[in-house]
Design a binder for this molecule. Structure first.
Ligand code: S3P
Length: 403
């Protein structure tokens, strides 16, 4: 795919529906009695993996007039292939432990991502998990009785938190999760809609054994996908972005904080955004903000490369365990495009000064591919993206931004 240097960017769009919310609706739909109806679901590589997980575990998913209709059902010895989706693997493993026996595997990228924290947390609850690969997929879960635990999460992970909460729904006693650094709250926000006995007290999430009941979920646009047109508009023009979910609104506030001209029309848990070309200042992202913006950090590194002055990304070690090592690969790919950027143990130092452009290596990682496409669009001479198909994981219509 060739990306030309983009002199101006002016468009109106609706971003793809939220991936995290669509996957959670599927796993909670599988756990529920009755039917769960999901309107505006994301249909992409990762959510197809989640749909396949539902059917592998004995549930049913129908497409009806653009909606997903999900019903539960239990098959013993289901084989879940989570493809590229760690969210699917970890959330369905949490939901399955204590309910069914099943095996879990994934693609080459997912097999390189550690499942150790997941296996350790679920095992503490009494889950019976065998994993010959020392904490890497494939692994097998044998149905067993679970008991609640009191988990203090020192390493931030919404996926591990969610897996434990979903397992807690069929555990004896209370399951309590406290996070040192808060991660996305979709699981604890959505579970009450399915009738779960869950509450948050003094920062601890407490869940008790519950029977979920199917409900209706309408999925808002994914801020992590909206991030790419937002970046292009901030650097090159204007964009009207409709129906963006604001449950994770840190990116909007971050862009505003570094000088971004963003107008919001808020309605409930979503907003329309009007994003205009702005003069952005170099920045540092660290601490809780690095966790909140974890999926957007490769894109923020790209933006930082175009600014004049030094920017830093710190406290982002979790990036090393994503679809690829997103610290190492982002730095290597951006350096190959002529950017002045260095790797640190937990982030990057970006010296700014512009991007020349060239052949971009994506390592098969959807977010790296999209970030590098933006890098080439903002570069002097443009360039090529080596693997255009990988964007289908989260943003199948991504390349339309460059038509
Ligand atoms: C996600 C959680 C995050 C994020 C991922 C989606 C989720 O991962 O990077 O893309 O839907 O729960 P962590 O669990 O590592 O925080």
């Amino acid at each position: 795919m060739r990306i030309k240097p983009q002199k101006s960017f002016c468009t109106m769009l609706t971003p793809p529906p939220d991936k995290s919310v669509t996957i959670r609706a599927l796993v909670m739909g599988w756990l529920s009695k009755g039917t769960t109806v999901v309107s505006n679901p994301l249909i992409s590589g990762d959510t197809i993996s989640a749909i396949n997980a539902v059917t592998a575990l004995g549930g049913e998913v129908d497409f009806v007039g653009g909606e997903l209709h999900i019903s539960g059902g239990r098959s013993e010895d289901g084989r879940v292939d989570a493809g590229n989706s760690a969210t699917t693997a970890r959330l369905f493993a949490g939901a399955a432990a204590g309910r069914v026996s099943a095996s879990f595997t994934g693609d080459g990228s997912l097999k390189r991502r550690s499942m150790r924290p997941l296996i350790d947390a679920l095992s503490k609850m009494g889950a019976c998990i065998s994993c010959s690969g020392g904490g890497y997929m494939p692994f097998e879960i044998k149905k067993s009785r679970l008991s609640g635990i009191d988990l203090m999460m020192t390493e931030p992970s919404a996926q591990i938190k969610s897996a434990v909460l979903l397992a807690g729904l069929c555990a004896e006693g209370e399951t309590r999760v406290t996070e040192a650094v808060r991660t996305r709250t979709h699981t604890e926000d959505m579970l009450p809609l399915f009738g779960a006995d869950i509450c948050v007290k003094d920062g601890t999430i407490i869940v008790r054994r519950s029977e979920l009941v199917g409900t209706k979920i309408d999925v808002a646009g994914d801020i992590s996908s909206a991030a790419y047109p937002m970046a292009l508009a901030l650097m090159r023009g204007y964009c009207f972005i409709k129906n963006v979910g604001t449950a994770r609104r840190e990116l909007i506030d971050f862009f505003k904080g570094i000088g971004g001209d963003i107008e919001e029309e808020n309605f409930g848990d979503r907003a329309n955004l009007i994003v205009r070309q702005s003069s952005l200042t170099p920045f540092t992202v660290r601490g809780a903000l690095a966790t909140a913006l974890i999926d957007e950090l490769p894109l923020l590194a790209v933006i930082a490369c175009t600014l004049s002055g030094e920017s830093r990304i710190e406290d982002a070690r979790a990036l090393r365990g994503k679809e690829c090592d997103r610290i190492k690969c982002t730095v290597a790919s951006l350096r190959a495009l002529g950017a002045n950027i260095e790797e640190t143990s937990d982030g990057m130092i970006i010296h700014g000064g512009g991007i020349k452009g060239g052949n971009a290596v994506t390592y098969g990682d959807h977010r790296l591919a999209m970030s590098l496409a933006v890098a080439n669009a903002l570069s002097e001479k443009g360039g090529f993206i080596d693997d255009e198909k990988c964007v289908e994981i989260s943003y199948p219509s991504f390349w339309e931004l460059f038509i």
